[in-house]
Design a protein around this ligand. Sequence first.
Ligand code: COA
Length: 333
Amino acid sequence: MSSMHVHVTGIGSYLPERTLTNADLEKIVDTTDSWIHERTGIRERHIIAEDQMTSDMAVEAARIALDDAGIGIDDIDALIVSTTTPDMVFPATATIVQAKLGGKDFPAWDTQAVCSGFVYGLAHADGMMRAGMFKRVLLIGAEAMSRIVNWKDRGTCVLFGDGAGAVVLEAREEEGGVLGSVLHADGSYRDLLKAHHPHPGASPDAVDFSIDAAGVAAVEMKGNEVFRVAVTKLGEVVGEILAHCHIDEDQIDWLVPHQANIRIIQATAKKLGMDMKRVSTTVRDHGNTSSASIPLALDALYREGKLQSGQHILLEAFAGGFAWGANILRWSK
Ligand code: COA
């Protein structure tokens, strides 16, 4: 086993300027602010501009994370973008981000585990870095979910938002950083939450990405069934990651969950015996930004000055597939 440990040395996030409130949604579908807020905890979400792509949001978040780490793109050895809404079918959005950041030669690829993409991506990066493949990795979660929701389906369109979050990871001998990860998937649930082609990331000239263009590549979800499995599997996976990392519940200082629904987050916090004051919640203002939601929620804690070196942070996510997982970090910045 390698003696290297993978630390977060820089973090940044980006939200598009435009916001869409629940009141705005009342004009689009048959819904109410109180229904959305009571069932999900969401009040508003950010929506990507017409001339922006997923890679543009990723670049904004990455620039802040690189600055925060005090390094430039030339110091990076690999770039991973977790996204469900790539700019194009190919090349990988990570290569587009690499070019926009002026990076060259190092490997760049996308990872797709829908809302669990960041948790999966962190596990990939950690394993490869501890195996000695890379010293510094830029990991970004970036999503333009507004481009794949069906704006005529009130059961799904009220839930999602756009944004990006990025971390710079560095392999060092000093202990701490990523303590471990557990990942799961069960494709027998694949029909409960899915989005078909045509692919939304096609050229902007080919597809009408506007909010009025219903059904471009619509998300379909059996919400209440997803909810039930999510609560069960997340309850199990938090127990599993604690055992895997030999950490007790009361040693967890912060829960940074995927932000799909405040009721799912509350159920997991309860399972861990954690006060909601120790849980990063951004779902109210961001909605579900898929794989961007964890780095956005982690960055929110960081920017509020709440993270102290030595604290334990539990990340967890549940996604279409289903794919789910968790990581524990010992903060070392
Ligand atoms: N506004 C008003 N009414 C709505 C609505 C909306 N936006 N969306 C659905 N409804 C209605 C339904 O039509 C249904 O009406 P009916 O009883 O007359 O048939 C009623 O509300 C209840 O629908 P249901 O889907 O059972 O509600 P719910 O309490 O399960 O809440 C979700 C719906 C989507 C908020 C919830 O199931 C959820 O969060 N699921 C998990 C989502 C998730 O985590 N997805 C991503 C994983 S990454």
